[in-house]
Structure formats: C-alpha cells, structure tokens
Write a protein that binds this ligand. Structure first.
Ligand code: NAD
Length: 352
C-alpha cells in the first residue's frame, strides 16, 4: 500500500425513498426556524410541496435558480434572505439550484439542506462555480459544503430519460478522474469504482423504464459516491476539457461530459492502467474508452460535439485553451493530442 492522505468531508447524508418526510426532524435537529426554499422555475412545484410540509418554518420560495450561478441571481436571493430573517436554505433541484444555495452560504455562512434531483453531485463538494459579466470563477471553501443532503429517490423519478443518462455520465466522469487523480487514495477509489458500477447497471434500466425505482435508487447512490469523488480528489484532463468547452461555446453541461468522457479515458488509459482494471470489473471486457462510447450509444445520447452546438471552427481555439493551461493529468497534455481528441469528439468518431 502506498502512502496517502484522505481528507474526509463532513456532511450528513439521509438516503432512501420518501426520505423527504425526514426534513422536519432535520430542521428541528439543526434548530432552524426560517428557511428559504430554492428551486428553478421548472421545479417550483417541488418547492411548494416542501413549503407545505414544513409549514411554519418556511420563510419563502426563491424559484429563480439558473445555470452557471449568475451573481445577479444570487444577489436577488440574498435580498429575500435579509428581508425574511432567513436562518438556512433548502435547495431542491440539480446542480444549478445547489449552486445558488452554495453561493448564498459562501456569503452568509447559512446552513444548507439539499434535496438533489439530478446526478450532478454538487451537493457533496465544497466547490462553487459562479459567473459575473460572462466570466466563470471557481471557489473552494468549507462554508460552501452543504451540511445535510437528503437523497430522496422519489424526487428523481421525473428526470427525463435522456437527462438521466447524460447526468449519470457526468457523475461517472467525477469517479473516473478520481481513479487517476494526483491525490487519489484507496478510499476515494473504492467509492469511484462502486459509483461507476452503480451507473453502469442503472442507466440502461432507467432509459428502458424511467420510473424503475430500483434503478433510480442505484443511480442516486452512484451520484452520491461520485459527488464525494469530485469533492475529495483533484480533477484532470476530462474536467478541463468540459470547463473550456462549456465556457467558450455555452454547451450544455451534462451532454458535454457524456461526449468527452470516452475520449478523455482513451487519452489517459495507458498512463492510468487503473481505469482498465475498474472498467473490466464494472463493465466487462474490452478497452474502457470503447466500453463508454458504446454505453453512450446504447443509452441513445449525443456522441458528437457538433450535435450539441459546437462550431467546427472552435476546435483549434479550444485545443489551445486546454493545452495552454492544463490541469494536472496522468499523461502530459499536448496541443496535438488535444486537437486530435477534440476533432474526433466533434465528429462523433469512436475514441482512439
Ligand atoms: P440543472 O440543475 O441545470 O438542471 C437542468 C434542468 O433539469 C433544470 O431545468 C432543472 O429544473 C431540471 N430538473 C432537475 N431535476 C429534475 C427532475 N428530477 N425532474 C425534472 N426536471 C428536473 O442540471 P445539473 O446537470 O444537475 O447541474 C448542472 C450545473 O451544476 C452546472 O452549472 C455545473 O457547473 C454545476 N455543477 C457544480 C458542481 C460543483 O461541485 N460545484 C458539480 C456538478 C455540477
């Protein structure tokens, strides 16, 4: 066994079906009285149901959460925090809504309860990405990490099949990069392998039958594990590629991750043999990159960047941005290597 450091992140996790019923007891345990409920405009119904269940402890609903956590939206929510004498937040939604709760907590230190409804995993990380004047910055602080996460499988049943598949592959990417992170360690690797295994089994079943509660439960379990991976291990080439592509071309978050993952894995497979070992156990034989590319095909999701709005003319600039300022990666990040990777990913060709 090699030496390692493991930084455990303190958060309380309640997992299961119907676990939203435990929300009142959590609020009491945390001695909170006036909570602001956060949601996107699309999920205001979930926010209202939660308001009705916690009655006197709801200070209001802010249903303006949106992608990329814009600072002006956070400021609008902060006005409600101040005027409502709010002492905590409840975020019900995906990474965008969780991001708003984190942005509020970063500025006020208010405790957060999160009910995740996608597999993005943001609820398990002390990381906040927010945008102002079109510029995205990332902050890391323990004030950002949510105190309580209530995973209620029932809240994920409505996530459409295609978004479930891409959100799941987004989560798998956190687990994959944790396997070969510079600060990888045996504990995070255990969670990564279990997360990959959970999604490999769950996602095809969800696409086949979106209201399959057991499949949904397996996927949400995988999301939790993969979120821990993202929070505890440094990310590498895959996440750098997705950050650059998302920022330069405003591409959809989860779809971008799904398309890039097989290619990033192909790039790193030789330098990080652990990927092959884990995928051999989780997904059967053959190279991990091909297994992931075929998996995305089986799930029926986009496999080409051109199909989600990236212009061909942007490939060279993106390759320059990634190789000019790379994250640490197990294999050196070269301009030629990234250019070839992006050219294949843009066209939807199999990874090589
Ligand atoms: P999202 O939160 O933007 O949700 C996408 C859409 O799906 C929204 O309209 C939302 O209301 C809807 N939706 C969510 N759950 C639903 C459900 N169960 N049923 C029906 N509709 C539902 O998408 P996301 O992929 O979860 O989050 C992406 C954002 O999270 C990105 O901005 C990304 O940068 C951020 N993120 C941050 C971290 C971190 O650690 N800081 C980690 C992962 C993702």
């Amino acid at each position: 066994m090699d030496d390692f450091i493991y930084d455990g992140l303190p958060s309380r996790v309640i997992f299961g079906r119907g676990t939203v019923a435990k929300l009142g007891a959590e609020i009491e345990r945390m001695k909170l009285k006036r909570l602001l409920i956060l949601a996107t405009p699309q999920q205001v119904g979930e926010a209202e149901a939660i308001r009705d269940s916690i009655a006197g402890n709801c200070a209001g609903i802010f249903a303006g959460a949106t992608m990329h956590t814009p600072v002006d939206v956070t400021e609008a929510a902060l006005k409600m925090v101040a005027s409502g004498e709010v002492d905590g937040t409840i975020a019900v939604g995906g990474g965008s809504t969780t991001g708003l709760g984190k942005a509020i907590a970063f500025r006020t230190n208010l405790p957060q309860i999160v009910l995740p409804t996608t597999y993005a995993g943001s609820e398990m990380t002390p990381i906040l990405g927010e945008t102002e004047n079109g510029v995205k910055t990332t902050k890391r602080s323990m004030a950002i990490l949510p105190e309580v996460v209530i995973y209620d499988v029932d809240f994920t049943l409505s996530l459409p099949a295609s978004l479930s598949a891409t959100s799941g592959m987004n989560a798998m990417a956190h687990a994959v990069e944790a396997l070969y992170a510079r600060d990888s360690n045996p504990i995070t690797s255990l969670m990564a392998e279990e997360g990959i295994r959970a999604f490999a089994s769950a996602l095809p079943r969800i696409v086949e039958q979106p209201d399959d509660g057991d499949a949904r439960s397996d996927a949400l379990y995988g999301a939790w594990l993969s979120g821990v991976c993202l929070g505890t291990a440094g990310m590498a080439l895959h996440h750098k590629l997705c950050h650059v592509l998302g920022g330069m071309f405003n591409l959809p978050h989860a779809e971008t991750h799904s398309i890039i993952l097989p290619h990033a894995v192909a790039y790193n497979a030789e330098a990080a043999p652990k990927i092959g070992e884990v995928f051999g156990r989780a997904m059967g034989g053959g190279p991990a990159a091909s297994a992931l590319f075929d998996f995305a095909g089986k799930l029926g999701i986009a496999r080409a960047l051109r199909d989600i709005g990236m212009p061909e003319s942007g490939i060279a600039a993106a390759a320059e941005a990634v190789s000019g300022d790379p994250y640490w990666n197990p294999r050196p990040v070269t301009h030629a290597g990234v250019l070839a990777l992006l050219t294949r990913a843009w066209a939807g060709e199999a990874p090589a």
